[in-house]
Ligand binder design. Structure first.
Ligand SMILES: Nc1nc2c(c(=O)[nH]1)N[C@H]1C(S)=C(S)[C@@H](COP(=O)(O)OP(=O)(O)OC[C@H]3O[C@@H](n4cnc5c(=O)[nH]c(N)nc54)[C@H](O)[C@@H]3O)O[C@H]1N2
Ligand SMILES: Nc1nc2c(c(=O)[nH]1)N[C@H]1C(S)=C(S)[C@@H](COP(=O)(O)OP(=O)(O)OC[C@H]3O[C@@H](n4cnc5c(=O)[nH]c(N)nc54)[C@H](O)[C@@H]3O)O[C@H]1N2
Ligand SMILES: [Mo]
Length: 679
């Protein structure tokens, strides 16, 4: 018997696709895009095309397991009750020993962004005040920059990009990271729009654009300010802007006195004439749309960069324009209820997700003793991996719930197998488009896998069996009913639905304006677009968008390493049939000459954090000071790409997301022959 079910891809991705699966006799056989969704439009990306194989992959873990010695791989299968008893017993023993539940920590992020996966947070809240990872390894600097300028970070509906006459894709690579945006961009091109890609090298998106502007890493803010200066000098500033902005005179005088086009050209690598020409076309073309991506804000000046780009958009009068705006993302459809802490419960202990190991090792009393990683693979994705190993060494119990034996699972005592989105209920929203939809189970859980929500219920039950009242989170429920419970009156109004069950009919686009800030009334304290932000100043940042340089490579590590996201994986979740056990380092041919290497030769890159074997590839579009590696699953036993990363924070992010972002593009390396081969 053949059946169809609806799903939402739950990965941390711009597209958050609406999917339809087909099962035959209870087995998943295919997944397609849902045509009743104006963003997904019936199409899927290469990652989804591999979903069926992934669900039934022999590598998927189907039973709870215990590892006798961390990193040794001596796993043995155990039963759920044994696993739950082990966790509950540890929770209660630690609580008894330390007189506190703060030794228990949860670190969760983006493996599955479905709202029902918040159950892990609900469970921990039910246990008491605990230690939590806050912030994001991803977009924090940009989110906060937009919060300073606009008051909230909101983007126009991405479909509106089709209306633009000029599109600037700035530090974003949708040809790989948001493939459903490409047909919308092509639609605009068919109507005559010009598309310009600003990147540090000739990305897949640059290849699909009319024009490529090569910018030196971390200098985009200066480029935006220099173009802003041209707009001011050429009288291309929106004549209405004074009425809906704050600090325009201060900002224009900063541009006039501090920004010099010749100097900007020298620093950004974009010629002064090109800067002028780009600024004129941006100032004279309406509507003109900027999409500022996450790539350009992974720097110590990332927030300033985005503020400068927002300011450029405002100067030209593109904010609030249909088919215009400076678009980065939004969080407007993510307001779902959590599990409120029992009255009077003291606050959690919050650790910066990007410095988690460092802060956990230094967190004082009571020490961290139990760590649960859910939807998170920090030993692959985070920086400071040495500190992570040190932290693991001091913990009494490390639990990983995941689909596969990841790098982080190698550090665990207990592995709990989770279901995929084809095996559980969920509710999902996007951070780029405005759709919200339900995810239905299509097949029974594989083996003994359980959803994060079921695991949370089961552990709550076990805790209360062992010590009545030890967990306020309920011990049972229904996944489907939990979906309905998130359909609050506010959510129903937002989605234009009458009752929670209506969400079952299919994904719904939120009833939010398609054009952000069209009224030009902003959510800032002044209600205006804030060139001058008191809130930024109060946070110790410049009040105006100004140029702050990114880091320069130190002498001993002269190559800046970028690790942008690749088409064939989503973060640490690989969709290649076979994981490669080596990384390819892409560099300019001149770098090979300088270091006396040949293409395809094996080499090693290193810095004071670690070293990594690589195979050399050439790409003449990569500038000489830059090296590129695409993140991938490197398989067990391999050190992993992030051994080279330090947890350096971005300038912004703490106010908007709880912690600064990760300046991961400020990673510098040197190149040498592999140690084993001499040299
Ligand atoms: N070098 C380098 N490092 C980076 C980045 C980079 O560009 N370069 N990018 C950074 C960015 S932007 C991000 S967002 C982070 C992302 O890093 P993470 O937040 O760690 O996200 P993922 O690697 O996607 O997923 C983590 C794990 O969740 C598991 N998972 C999937 N579904 C479920 C589920 O339903 N339940 C549970 N419990 N687990 C599930 C997956 O199998 C995976 O092992 O990485 C950051 N790290
Ligand atoms: N297929 C796929 N899709 C994904 C993901 C994935 O791993 N795979 N990950 C998801 C996640 S978590 C995220 S955060 C997004 C990320 O998606 P994007 O927003 O596209 O960000 P990145 O891929 O980090 O970088 C985009 C581009 O920025 C460029 N860049 C780096 N530094 C600079 C700079 O200083 N100036 C300029 N102008 N450009 C620069 C890089 O070279 C890269 O081409 O994608 C999401 N979608
Ligand atoms: Mo991300």
């Amino acid at each position: 018997m053949s059946e169809k079910h609806q799903h939402i891809c739950p990965r941390n991705c711009y597209d958050t696709c609406s999917l339809i699966s087909t099962t035959v006799d209870g087995r998943l056989v295919s997944v397609e895009g849902n045509p009743a969704h104006d963003y997904t439009r019936g199409r899927v990306c290469p990652k989804i095309m591999n979903d069926v194989a992934k669900v039934y992959s022999p590598a998927r873990i189907r039973y709870p397991m215990r590892q006798k010695h961390r990193f040794q791989g001596d796993w043995e299968r155990i039963g759920w009750e044994e696993a739950l008893t082990m966790i509950a017993g540890t929770v209660l023993a630690l609580k008894e020993k330390y007189g506190s539940t703060l030794p228990l920590a949860l670190n969760k992020y983006s493996g599955n962004f479905g709202f029902l996966h918040n159950a892990m947070e609900w469970l921990f809240t039910g246990i008491g005040p605990t230690t939590r990872a806050v912030g994001s390894p991803c977009w924090s600097a940009g989110v906060e920059a937009q919060a300073f300028d606009f008051g909230r970070f909101v983007c126009s509906d991405p479909l509106e990009m089709a209306q633009a006459r000029l599109i600037w894709l700035w530090g974003v690579n949708p040809a790989w990271t948001a493939v459903h945006q490409m047909p919308i961009i092509f639609e605009a091109m068919d109507r005559g729009a010009k598309v310009v890609c600003f990147d540090t090298y000739f990305s897949a998106t640059a290849a699909r654009s009319h024009r490529f502007v090569q910018v030196r890493p971390g200098t985009d803010g200066l480029l935006a300010l220099a173009m802003g200066k041209v707009l001011v000098e050429e009288n291309l500033v929106d004549p209405e802007l004074e009425n809906y902005s704050l600090g325009l005179p201060e900002f224009t005088s900063y541009l006039k006195s501090e920004i010099d086009l010749t100097q900007a050209a020298a620093l950004t690598g974009v010629g002064a004439e090109t800067i002028r020409e780009l600024a004129l076309s941006y100032g004279q073309t309406h509507p003109a749309c900027i999409w500022a991506g996450f790539g350009l804000q992974r720097y110590v000046n990332g927030g300033q960069t985005l503020r400068a780009i927002d300011a450029l958009g405002a100067l030209a009068g593109h904010i609030g324009e249909r088919g215009g705006g400076v678009n980065y993302g939004h969080f407007e459809t993510w307001n779902v209820p959590g599990f409120p802490p029992p009255e009077g419960q003291p606050p959690d202990r919050l650790l910066d997700m990007n410095r988690f190991a460092e802060e956990a090792l230094a967190c004082g009393e009571p020490p961290l003793k139990m760590l649960w990683l859910a939807g998170r693979n920090p030993l692959s994705q985070d920086a400071d991996l040495e500190l992570w190993r040190k932290l693991v060494g001091q913990l009494e119990l490390v639990i990983v719930s995941d689909l596969f034996l990841t790098k982080s699972a190698e550090a665990a005592d207990l592995f709990l197998p989770v279901t995929t989105h084809y095996e559980h209920w969920d509710l999902n929203a996007g951070y780029w488009h405005y759709w919200v939809g339900v995810n239905e189970p299509a097949i029974s859980p594989l083996g003994e896998a359980k959803s994060d929500l079921e695991i949370a219920w089961d552990l709550a039950r076990r805790l209360n069996e062992l010590e009545p009242g030890s967990c306020a989170f309920p011990g049972r429920g229904s996944e489907k009913e939990t979906v309905f419970s998130l359909m609050t009156p506010d959510m129903l109004t937002l989605l234009g639905l009458n009752k929670p069950e209506d969400i079952l009919a299919g994904p719904v686009r939120a009833r939010l304006p398609a054009v952000a800030w069209s009224e030009r009334k902003f959510a800032t304290p002044s209600g205006r677009f804030e060139f001058f932000s008191d809130r930024a100043a109060a946070a110790g940042l410049p009040a105006l968008p100004v140029y702050i340089p990114a880091l320069n490579p130190p002498g001993e590590a002269p190559l800046r390493l970028l690790t942008p996201h690749h088409a064939s994986s989503i973060n640490s979740q690989s969709y290649l049939d076979e994981a490669k056990d080596y990384y390819e380092l892409h560099v300019n041919p001149k770098v090979l000459q300088e270091y006396e290497f040949r293409e395809n030769e094996e080499a090693e890159i290193y810095n004071d954090s670690g070293r990594l074997p690589v195979k050399l590839r050439v790409d003449p579009t990569i500038p000489e000071g830059l090296a590129i590696i695409y993140p991938q699953d490197s398989g067990s036993g391999h050190p992993g790409l992030n051994v080279l990363l330090k947890s350096r924070g971005t300038d912004m992010g703490k106010l908007a997301t709880g912690a600064p972002g990760l300046a991961l593009n400020e990673t510098f390396v040197n190149l040498r022959k592999p140690l084993s081969k001499g040299a």
